[in-house]
Design a protein around this ligand. Structure first.
Ligand code: GRF
Length: 199
């Protein structure tokens, strides 16, 4: 699997992927990391490993489709055959969806379809759910709406705040994301309508 990565921030999920590759648990290569933010730690994590790390400033591409066309061109240029959104805080457009059909994966820190979008842990705590978790899913046109590959369940405790809940969930993100990518690398994921069958 030749993975391109889009990330906006800290990049701990990117790091989990790189660690899984090093440990021989994931048969993949990260070929490029692109960020909309110059100060994204994700870029630094990539650069220290000699992975092309590119800051693509949205201000230079007023149209999101132009931005995504450029990103797709850069990713294709280094041979990416799948795309991982690892804490990427923008919606992607058809330019990327069409460049990587059924080959874009996102990690979301809730049990979808509950709590899509932003401020996810706040939503979960305020709603009063006893369990939350994380979801690795294929990306479609919608917001956190594509076919689900893997999920992990995490208890919500009465004294949780956003940070404590986020930390408990993040551990599981770091576990199931490389697992899902490995299934993809092995060609074991088949999308059937809304469902993903693991073969
Ligand atoms: C993670 O919680 C991910 O699920 C969400 O944004 C966060 C990114 O964290 N989409 P990191 O940048 O991978 O550390």
């Amino acid at each position: 699997l030749k993975l391109g990565v889009l990330a906006s921030g800290r990049g701990s999920n990117l790091q989990a992927v790189l660690d899984a590759i090093d440990a021989g648990r994931l048969d993949a290569q990260v070929v490029m990391v692109i960020s909309n933010r110059q100060d994204a730690l994700a870029l630094e994590r990539a650069a220290t490993r000699g992975i092309p790390a590119i800051h693509l400033p949205p201000s230079e591409y007023p149209q999101r489709t132009d931005y995504d066309r450029k990103a797709a061109e850069l990713l294709k240029g280094v041979g990416a055959d799948a795309l991982l959104l690892a804490g990427y805080l923008r919606l992607i457009t058809s330019e990327l969806l069409e460049a990587f059909p059924q080959r874009i994966i996102n990690i979301h820190p809730a049990l979808l379809p509950a709590f899509p979008g932003l401020h996810v842990h706040r939503q979960a705590i305020d709603y009063g759910v006893r369990f939350s978790g994380c979801t690795v899913h294929f990306v479609d046109e919608g917001l956190d709406s594509g076919p689900i590959i893997l999920q992990a369940v995490v208890p919500v405790q009465q004294d949780d705040n956003e940070d404590t809940l986020a930390a408990r969930i993040l551990k599981e993100e770091h576990r199931i994301l490389p697992e899902a990518l490995q299934l993809m690398a092995e060609g074991r994921l088949r999308i059937e309508g809304r469902r993903v069958l693991i073969q």
